[in-house]
Write a protein that binds this ligand. Sequence first.
Ligand code: FE2
Length: 285
Amino acid sequence: MRFYYVTDMHLDTRIARALQGIPLNEHTETAERIILSYCAQLLSGNSYTKDDILLLGGDVSPWRNINQKFYRLIAENFPGHIIAILGNHEVWNYMDLTTEPWIESLSDLIQNHLDVRNDEEVLKAPADFQILHNEIAYLDSDDNVMNRIDPKDMTPVELQNTLQYSKFIVLGGIGFSGCNKSFNALKGIYRNTIRTTEEDRELSDQFNQLYEKLTQSITDKPIIVLSHNPMSDWNPDPAHKNNCWYVSGHTHENVIDEKNHFYADNQIGYHGKDFHLKYFDLPEK
Ligand SMILES: [Fe+2]
């Protein structure tokens, strides 16, 4: 199984730069051309199959309409399974210059982005598309459609039963930064949505508890931990587990540790020019 991945594309910054301060609502066609061009670059250079998995690690942009366009284009042109998560930029309560209403709360902001998974254009695309927030996606060995579950209230036995035929499992979420002593909510990385260390720690703890429950329940199947923040931001003891593969972004410092299954080396960033997917393969059983 091949897992492609990319994080931190920051399309809004790129579009704003190209428009040189002209309000986006006056140039939506230009913005769409820019998004199309980045999608084409991103998917070029590989041939994909319906069994391939694409992991999108957050920070596409704070604006749903930009992200929605991006997800639609990717889903139209990638034949396999797409699993996206949100980044800290997706939860900025940022005034959209186009048509979107002002949204205040973290849960409403998250839901606004998650609603894209019900978008008709995305649903009718060839790709099997999911966005996860503190959720699990998995593929059973006898079918080729991803399932999504919320593990919060599931017991270890329920998790084991539900996931017993899965080929792989993806736990996805922002992760948050409660374990990072310097680059955290107090630095404004969530803008006004999360403003205190306490909230940041609580959100990180929620994600970490899901990770611990899942990895203690499932020890014999591959688990992909797709978090926007690196594991060290949300886990106080970030040691790797043998059946886990960790994909993250956010730091804009590209690092990879293949021996320990850490993949944070395709963070495009605000100025990166090399838009392409990287990948790793899971060993065949
Ligand atoms: Fe980020």
